[in-house]
Design a protein around this ligand. Structure first.
Ligand code: ADP
Ligand code: ZN
Length: 223
């Protein structure tokens, strides 16, 4: 039996992909690979990749495909990715999706499922504008709490807002999503890999929904 797990989390910015992706990856015991996190880390460390990516990210535009594909090819080659991984924020263009297929074919690792977190635009804008991250534990302080705190409710750490979470940039990110990433929904639907999950509600509710759908999809016998 093949017990590898290769999955993609798809959805608009602010849909809560990151939060849910962490949980799913932990459950299936595979690394959570977030291109956004990897890029932000590179920006902070001022690596060559970070310096190239920074201006695109700041404006809410996509980083060029070549850079991202190189990053992913490298990352999924690490030992911890041998039994699969959960991709969060990748692919975001058709070209990236096609390159991913080539990479996975070489490794004989087919995609098991593409989970789409479905959230309305108004909710997205509301969520992003109240998103504050903790410098210490990296968590989103206000996720699902409906309140805005001064310090991290989990560890008391200092909070900050992501540079691309400013209102002007959010609109551009939504447009970029519609134009460049949304076509992937149909693409994966056509390959019979798409699992649509309602992303509205509390974080735990969404997780429950997501886990149930994943179980049904991956192990139809069970459920
Ligand atoms: P969100 O999903 O909330 O928009 P991410 O953390 O996934 O945020 O991504 C932040 C930024 O990093 C994007 O707006 C984009 O500039 C860049 N980025 C992340 N993943 C990709 C990708 N696969 N292709 C191109 N750019 C990317
Ligand atoms: Zn914290």
């Amino acid at each position: 039996m093949d017990n590898r797990f290769v999955a993609i989390m798809l959805g608009p910015p602010g849909a809560g992909k990151g939060t849910q992706a962490v949980r799913v990856a932990e459950h299936y015991q595979v690394p959570h690979i977030s291109t956004g996190d990897i890029l932000r880390d590179n920006v902070a460390r001022e690596t060559e990749l970070g310096l190239k990516a920074h201006s695109f990210m700041e404006g809410g535009d996509l980083v060029p495909d070549e850079l991202i594909i190189e990053l992913i090819a490298d990352r999924i080659g690490h030992d911890d990715a041998e039994n699969g991984f959960l991709l969060d924020g990748f692919p975001r263009t058709l070209a990236q999706a096609v390159s991913l297929e080539d990479l996975l074919r070489e490794r004989e690792m087919p995609i098991d499922v593409v989970a789409l977190l479905d959230v309305e635009d108004e909710e997205i804008v509301r969520r992003i504008s109240s998103r504050f991250l903790c410098r210490e534990c990296k968590r989103d302080a206000n996720a699902g709490q409906g309140t805005i705190s001064d310090v991290c409710p989990h560890c008391g750490g200092e909070l900050y807002q992501r540079e691309d979470d400013k209102a002007e940039t959010v609109q551009n990110r939504l447009e970029v999503y519609r134009r460049q990433t949304a076509p992937l929904v149909e693409y994966y639907e056509g390959k019979n890999l798409l699992l649509k999950v309602d992303g509205f509600g509390r974080v735990d509710e969404i997780s429950n929904r997501l886990f149930k759908s994943l179980e049904r999809e991956l192990d139809p016998e069970a459920g």
